[in-house]
Design a protein around this ligand. Structure first.
Ligand SMILES: Nc1ncnc2c1ncn2[C@@H]1O[C@H](COP(=O)(O)OP(=O)(O)OP(=O)(O)O)[C@@H](O)[C@H]1O
Length: 328
């Protein structure tokens, strides 16, 4: 990584220590930090993600992406006087030896960044921990439960905090992988949606990805050089082999052509479906055509929300049938 060359960003004022992963430009540490922060700031401004006075929840898992996001959001909020009221929002899925440890990191981040933390658990919301779910259904398909529950839990936690906005640490690599996975599954209807910087309906709290154009390698380097306090173990229940193949393929492409990650994101953004394919978007209760879940009262486009369909299967001891029903 080290180089005797001068940094190209400050015209050789300082020695280059890193190569910026997206461009391979030799850069000093200071310019690299500014490069990443300005990239995120430009993304926020270009897409008008926030307005002064907004309450914003940073979805914080304790992992590198959301820890760097918390650091960069607090830095930009001060530097550019964005006027945001920031919060950390963590979901405790109930995974012993993984989430309990990572939540300790988030608790330290609360002190380090001076941003208040709210933790919401699957156990309090659903009466199940992921440990108990995996005990019942095994490792296969457990990510389906976790993904559905986490999405809803983040919404519920955000509503408790009365925030206007949720930001997540999804980075450019994550998004490019999802584009590739949707192509490999032939799910073209989701291509545009998975590259959207913000997802929201009139009734849901907007959720956005300020790291949409930030490479994972940049985030890792930023965390390393800034010596940030983050938790680096992979989830013990998450084999997710399919995404692993997409990731390996993307890394191969990146090694030949660093711009491949952004190119894939842009391809997804520009993709226009030849056929109009309607995606089932959940809407909040009361207003409009959707309504609320008859069991928990949460927004749902059909009688039962996805979480309650899955919970019903768990409670009846037939979780696989619930997964099949959810996929229909
Ligand atoms: N338990 C959680 N509580 C709060 N937010 C979460 C949680 N799990 C994931 N997220 C949010 O979703 C984003 C993507 O999550 P994913 O599981 O893909 O982890 P990741 O890419 O390893 O990110 P990180 O490094 O932040 O853990 C995270 O960056 C974070 O913003």
């Amino acid at each position: 990584m080290a180089s005797r060359k001068g940094c190209v960003l400050c015209n050789g004022e300082r020695r280059a220590l890193v190569k910026i992963p997206s461009t391979l430009a030799p850069s000093c540490k200071e310019c690299f930090f500014l490069h990443l922060e300005n990239n995120v700031y430009n993304t926020i401004v270009r897409h008008a993600l926030f307005k002064p006075g907004d309450r914003v929840a940073i979805a914080a898992s304790g992992g590198k992406d959301s820890t760097v996001l918390a650091h960069v959001m607090t830095t930009l909020n001060k530097r550019h006087k964005l006027g945001l009221d920031l919060f950390l929002l963590s979901i405790d899925e109930g995974i012993t030896g993984y989430r309990d440890d990572s939540l300790e990191t988030v608790k330290r981040n609360e002190q380090q960044y001076g941003v208040p933390l709210k933790i919401v658990s699957y156990e309090e919301l659903y009466g199940w921990t992921m440990d108990a779910i995996v005990k019942q259904i095994g490792l296969k398909n457990n990510c389906t439960f976790c993904g559905v529950f986490r999405r809803q839990a983040l919404d519920r936690g955000a509503a408790m905090l009365k925030v206007d906005h949720i930001v997540t640490g999804h980075n450019a690599d994550d998004i490019a992988e999802t584009v590739l996975m949707n192509i490999m599954r032939g799910d073209f209807a989701r291509l545009q949606r998975c590259t959207a910087i913000q997802t929201a309906t009139d009734e849901t709290i907007p959720r956005s990805k300020p790291f949409k154009y930030t490479y994972e390698k940049e985030i890792v380097m930023y965390a390393y050089f800034k010596k940030l306090d983050y938790f680096s173990t992979e989830c013990i229940y998450s084999p997710n082999a399919y995404r692993g193949y997409a990731r390996a393929f993307l890394k191969d492409l990146e090694s030949i052509r660093p711009s491949a990650i952004l190119d894939i994101i842009h391809a997804g953004e520009w993709y226009q479906s030849a056929q109009q394919v309607k995606i089932n978007v959940p809407v909040a209760g009361g207003a409009g055509c959707g309504g609320t879940c008859v069991r928990c009262g949460y927004m749902s486009s059909s009688g039962l929300c996805k979480a309650c369909v899955l919970l019903g299967g768990l409670d009846r001891g037939r979780p696989r049938r619930a997964i099949a029903a959810d996929a229909e």
